[in-house]
Design a protein around this ligand. Sequence first.
Ligand code: XMP
Length: 514
Amino acid sequence: RLLIVDFGSQVTQLIARRLRELNVYCEIHPYQNVTDAFLKDFAPRAVIFSGGPDSVMREGSPRPPAGVYEMGVPILGICYGQQVMMQDLGGRVEAGEHATAEFGRAYVTPGDDRLPLLDGWFEQGREQVWMSHGDHVSEIAPGFEVYGTSPGAPFAITADPSRHFYAVQFHPEVHHTPNGKRLYENFVKLAGFKGDWTMGAYREEAIAKIREQVGDAKVICGLSGGVDSSVAAVLIHKAIGDQLTCVFVDHGLLRKGEAEEVVSMFRDNYNIPLIAADDSERFLSALDGVSDPEVKRKTIGRLFIDVFQEHANEVGGAAFLAQGTLYPDVIESVSFSGGPSVTIKSHHNVGGLPEKMGLKLVEPLRELFKDEVRALGRELGLPESFIGRHPFPGPGLAIRCPGEITRAKLKILREADAVYIDQIRKHGLYDEIWQAFVAILPVRTVGVMGDGRTYDHACALRAVTSVDGMTADYYPFSHEFLGETATRIINEVPGINRVTYDITSKPPGTIEWE
Ligand code: XMP
C-alpha cells in the first residue's frame, strides 16, 4: 500500500482519488501522525508528500520523520512536499518574490535527460501543469538532477532516480494538469504496484480491520437510511455479526414509506439486529409551534441525541459507536492546530454522542469518497435502488416545511414528494439529479377546480445537480416535464392547488429551503 503524508493541501484527497483510479490502495495520514514508528508499522511500498499551506522557511513548519528517507522506498514530493524533501536532503528553498511565485496554469519544458516517471510526457515539447506556490527550490539536493523547468520554477521536476526520489513543484493531481494521472501511473509502476486493488479487496481488508479493532465487544450503529450509514452497518455486520445492533429512529419527518423501506431492507436482506423505534410523537410535539429554522434544527438535534442514547442503552454494554463518516468529512474536520479530528467529527455527525457515552468510534468508510462507498455497497450486495438514493438531511421534512410544522402539512408534503419523485424516475432522470424534493410553502392560494373554488397550499419543486453539495445548479427540466408534474400533483394530492419550480442555484440559495 501507498502512504500519502498530508501536509494540509486543499487537494490532497485528489491524490488518493487518482491512485484509486489506478487501482492502487493508498491511505492519507496527517503529518502529525506519521512518526518513524508509524512508518515501520504501516510499511508503505511508496510514499507521497502532499502540498501544504505552510512555508518550509518557517521554524517549526511540518516535516516528515527523518526515517522516511532511509526506508528504501520511492518517494514523490509535491509542491510543499518537494520543498520539504529538498531542504531535508541538503538543498535550498527561497521565499517567493513576485517574479517567481506562480499561481495557476504554467508550462513545463523538459530537461536534457529522460526519466521513466515522465514516460508519455513532453510529447508536445512542453506540458501544461497547475502551479500554486510562493516559495521555490533554489538549489537542489545532492544526487538530484533537473528534468523539467517552468518560468517561475527552475526546478519544476527534479529526481534522484538511483534512490527513486522524485519531486515536482506543480500539482499533478488536479484537473488543470491534464496529463497528471500519467505521472502517478508511472510512479506507482516504478514502485512495483500491479494496480490490482479492487473494492472487493478493500471489503476484505476493512472486515479484517473491524474485527481487529472491535474484538468481541458490542457495537451500535445509528442508521439514517442513507447510503453511508447503511453501507457501514452492512460491512460491520459482515465482520462481527450479531455483536452489532443498529438503531433506526423514526422522527416523524421521513418521506412516504421511508421507515418501512429502510427497516425491511435491513430485515429482509441482512437479518441485522435492529431496533426500529417510532419516536415521531416526541419529535412532533417538541416541534409544535416552532417556525424558526434554527430552533427546528436544534430541537431535532437535541432530541435525537436523547432518544438515540435511550435506545442504545437497551443494547447494554456497547463499547463502540459505528458511523458512516466519509473521507471528505474527515478532511473538513482535520484541524491543523492539532485538534483530534475524531472529536470534531462526532460533533458533526451525532452531536457529541461519543464523549457523553464513552463510546469509541468505528468508522470503516473514513478513507472513501461517496462514489467509492456506493461501489462498496454494490460489492456488499445492497440493492441498487438503495445505493443510488438522493441524500436526505437529518432534520428531514422539517426543513422542507417553512413556517410551522403540522401533521396535516407533513401528510400533504409526503404525498406531493412521492408523486414528484415518481415522475423523475419515470422520465429516467433520477440518477442525473443530485437531489430532488418538494417543499410545502406557508402560503395558501386561490384556485378553481371543476366548478369550485379552492384555497390550498402552494408547493415548490426543487431539483439540483451538484458534485458535493457545496455548490449546486438547478436542474433544467423541460417545460413538458414540469407541466405534467404540476398537473399530477394538483390532481393527486388533496391540499395543493399550485406548483412552482425553484430555479435558484447555490450560492446564493442553499439546496434545502431552511
Ligand atoms: P444545503 O441546504 O446546506 O444542503 O445547501 C447541502 C446538502 O446537505 C444536506 N443537509 C443536511 N444533511 N443534516 C444532514 O445530514 C443536516 O442538518 C442537513 N442540512 C442540509 C442537504 O440535504 C444537501 O444534500
